[in-house]
Design a protein around this ligand. Structure first.
Ligand code: ZN
Length: 210
């Protein structure tokens, strides 16, 4: 799982939601992958899919029996399907995803014997650590978004003020009209709302592609 966490940090470095996966057979690491659908312009570029593709290429077989997939976030339905097609023996995941998780959080694809004969699932391994990586990513993104909105608002007020010291005037006007307070309040509420889901992929799932 530590290797999967390292892969997740590569996703973060690329500006993508930090999810990482590693595919192993016995003691051998066959492949790894990190989430990057935005950069790849590919909705299927989840960490699990990347690792599965790389592993299948490496062993020149579309089936990967006897392999284990470690991933920092609960797989979605797409990845669960690919995991089954590849005949993966075991999936080990970190944080749970109450919005798109297909290993029990939303649906349990692997519990259906008509779909799955091959894969056992272990969830919640290093759950706190894996969730913290996602939480910090979304916290940073919200902070950047807040700053961008505040900057845009400041510019708009400066233009509206349009006098000798627009910067000073912006602050004064904000205080008089209570905008600084209102602004903080409005921004705070979505944060609080998001905070409850921030260990999960529910945030990117609801707002942005993974
Ligand atoms: Zn997925």
């Amino acid at each position: 799982m530590a290797l999967a966490q390292a892969a997740a940090e590569e996703a973060r470095a690329a500006g993508e939601v930090p999810v990482g996966a590693v595919l192993v057979r016995g003691d051998e690491v066959i492949a790894r992958g990190f989430n990057h659908p935005i950069g790849a312009h590919d909705p299927s570029a989840h960490a699990e899919m990347i690792a599965l593709r790389a592993a299948a290429q490496a062993v020149e077989n579309y089936r990967l029996p006897g392999c284990e997939l470690y991933v920092t976030l609960e797989p979605c339905l797409m990845c669960a399907g690919a995991i089954m097609h590849a005949r993966i023996a075991r999936v080990v995941f970190g944080a749970r995803d109450p919005k798109t998780g297909a290993c029990g959080s939303v649906v349990d694809a692997f519990a259906n014997p008509q779909l799955n004969h091959h894969t056992t699932v272990t969830g919640g391994v290093l759950e706190t650590e894996c969730g913290a990586a996602l939480k910090s990513f979304f916290a940073e993104r919200r902070r950047a978004s807040r700053e961008a909105r505040a900057a845009a608002r400041g510019e708009a007020l400066a233009v509206a003020g349009g006098e000798a010291h627009p910067g000073v005037q912006v602050e004064t006007r904000s205080e008089i009209h209570g905008e600084a307070h209102r602004g903080a309040h409005v921004e705070g509420r979505p944060d609080e709302h998001h905070e409850g889901h921030s260990q999960t992929r529910s945030e990117p799932g609801s707002a942005e592609p993974l």
